[in-house]
Design a protein around this ligand. Sequence first.
Ligand code: NAP
Length: 384
Amino acid sequence: MGGPASASQPLVPPWLAPYAIPGSPPGVPAFSFAGATAAAAPGDAAATAEARELAARPAAIRAARQALYAPPASPLITLRDGTRMPAVGLGTWKAAPGEVRSAVATALQAGYRHIDCAEVYQNEEEVGEALGQVLEQGLVPRQELYIVSKVWNTNHAAARVRQACLRSLKALRLDYLDLYMIHWPVTGNIGPEVKPSIQETWQAMEGLVREGLVRSIGVSNFGVKKLADILSYAAIPPAVCQVEVHPYHRNDALIAWCAQQRIHVTAFSPLGSPDSESIFPRKKPLVLMQNETVKAVAERTGRDVGQVLIRWALQHGTSVIPKSTSPARIRGNLRVFDWELSAEDYAALSTLPDQQRMVNGAMWLNPKGPYRTMEELWDEPEAE
Ligand code: NAP
């Protein structure tokens, strides 16, 4: 070292001598000043690998996040307008603020894609936070989701229908709804007629379909007479009628009539809505999940009572939207596709003598009309 460097041998300065590779033949440089050398290569390779890993990280994180979301679990039901609805959805009525966001997130991870909402539930913002998160991060494609909302009684006038729909869309962070429904055939106006008329409201709903704000339209809490009236003038017939259905309120006549008209029925309150008794006081203190037949079928099948009732709703020909905010029950309520109730168990659940609406709408009755009796509200006599 120290001699003049030849043209082929780069200079190795004295301060580098301690770093020379022991045993290297004289004149073989530890590295080249001209660029990368063999000695520097391992560090560079690591840096390159790290750079590659960093570059891949967002994709890896996304893939790991996506893996948290089970594929859609529910079979799809094709509606008369050609759209498809997952047979089991998550109900969100009474799902408390602070709970419903994580309930929806848990449900989507478990494989739910159908979420039943309404402006009057006062939690669409929070549902929207959960939906926004999965959609913005591309964790579940929008076309897999099936999001339902409903226009409330005070918004039946044509202009208000559109505003209500836009509010729900904004809260839910969506640019279209899969299904929008008239929540009740009720407007709060007193007198012989429903005002604004159901026809005005329905035609405004049809406008939402034409505008692309909603894919399907339907009604909720309507009976045969009111549905037949809509069919008499509808350019777009209702695709869905969402009503109360469970073994204590089988609703067979309405379901059979809807089947003839190709109107799909979604069963709400499928577990008997035990948490709504303070809102809708009951004539008879019936608690469906404590019914002896329901409990016996659960025992016999090794399922919980919720699963038995959800499976019954599917075998009864409806889609079904149980509400839960408990992660274990949300997940359990979806485990209803790889088994079935035997003909005997289905028949036992389909012949319970007690029949009663839980969500009975008694609060809408008024001696001045338009609904003075339960029969006028529901288009059929009340079960005794
Ligand atoms: P529901 O689904 O019949 O019952 C909900 C109750 O059952 C909650 O207290 C829930 O508690 C409990 N639960 C859920 N899964 C359970 C299980 N596996 N075992 C035991 N308990 C269980 O009542 P709903 O909320 O009345 O109806 C369901 C949905 O239908 C509503 O949330 C709403 O989306 C829709 N709906 C629509 C209308 C309408 O007018 N269109 C009316 C009523 C309902 P946890 O939360 O603690 O699990």
